[in-house]
Design a protein around this ligand. Structure first.
Ligand code: ADP
Ligand code: NI
Length: 218
């Protein structure tokens, strides 16, 4: 099987699996991450594009949040799929490792992505959580999970962990402080950092406007 065929088959498989997803990982999230990852890979040079594209397509194949906190589930599912394609073990192991490490767990835990390919997919995924799209996804997720748009009586979780925020059902605006505003400082690649600057500024301005409107000032 050629690289192009393996990527095409993987895209078709994931598209089918995620078309009706409402957990924030719908096919179009995967599609945008795939596009962003290709864009970053071209700018950063020397990345193994097969690994980048397969990992981008498979990065959300199974989310620990919906599998009882099992952080291995994504890697397992990715390997299962990749084994059905005619690929080198090195490629499979590399993609599996990226899928295992790319997911955001908490503001206190930095992911350990040591390869250029892993860093590219990580940055692409995190870029899709900020900017205008990140804002849209946050409120969609909030609504789907019965969360308020904003609740000024809820304290901000300074020592945020995924478990605590999950338990405490924090509002969508709280999620900006739990996750989104941390992402700019976590980008690995030069291209990712630059793109994150722009998207970060956009969400900061959004929050400023939001509070002004909340207080009836504008
Ligand atoms: P990722 O693809 O980065 O691993 P997640 O699975 O953490 O993303 O989340 C999917 C989408 O839902 C993201 O846009 C994320 O910011 C948003 N989201 C996750 N948790 C919350 C929450 N508690 N409140 C609002 N939005 C959330
Ligand atoms: Ni993702």
């Amino acid at each position: 099987m050629t690289n192009t065929e393996a990527i095409k088959k993987t895209a078709e498989f994931i598209k089918k699996r995620f078309t009706n997803d409402t957990t924030g990982h719908d096919w179009w999230h995967i599609y945008r991450v795939w596009r962003l990852a290709k864009h970053i890979a071209k700018k950063e040079k020397d990345a193994d594009l097969l690994v980048v594209e397969l990992a981008a397509l498979l990065h959300d194949i199974a989310d620990h949040k919906f599998h009882g906190g099992d952080f291995e589930i994504g890697a397992k599912e990715a390997r299962k799929w990749l084994s059905s394609l005619d690929l080198e073990e090195d490629t499979i192991a590399h993609v599996e490792d990226i899928v295992r490490n790319v997911s955001f767990k908490s503001a206190n835990i930095k992911p350990s992505l040591s390869t250029l390919e892993g860093r590219i997919v990580h940055d692409a995924d995190k870029l899709d959580a900020i900017g205008a799209i990140g804002i849209a996804r946050t409120f969609t997720f909030g609504g789907a999970h019965g969360r308020l748009v904003y609740d000024p009586d809820q304290p901000h979780l300074k020592d945020y962990t995924y478990e605590r925020a999950h338990m405490q059902n924090t509002s969508a605006v709280h999620h900006f402080y739990e996750k989104l505003l941390h992402l700019k400082g976590r980008m690995y690649t030069k291209t990712g950092k630059k793109m994150a600057e722009h998207r970060h500024e956009y969400i900061e301005n959004f929050l400023k406007e939001f509070y002004k409107e909340w207080d009836g000032e504008v």
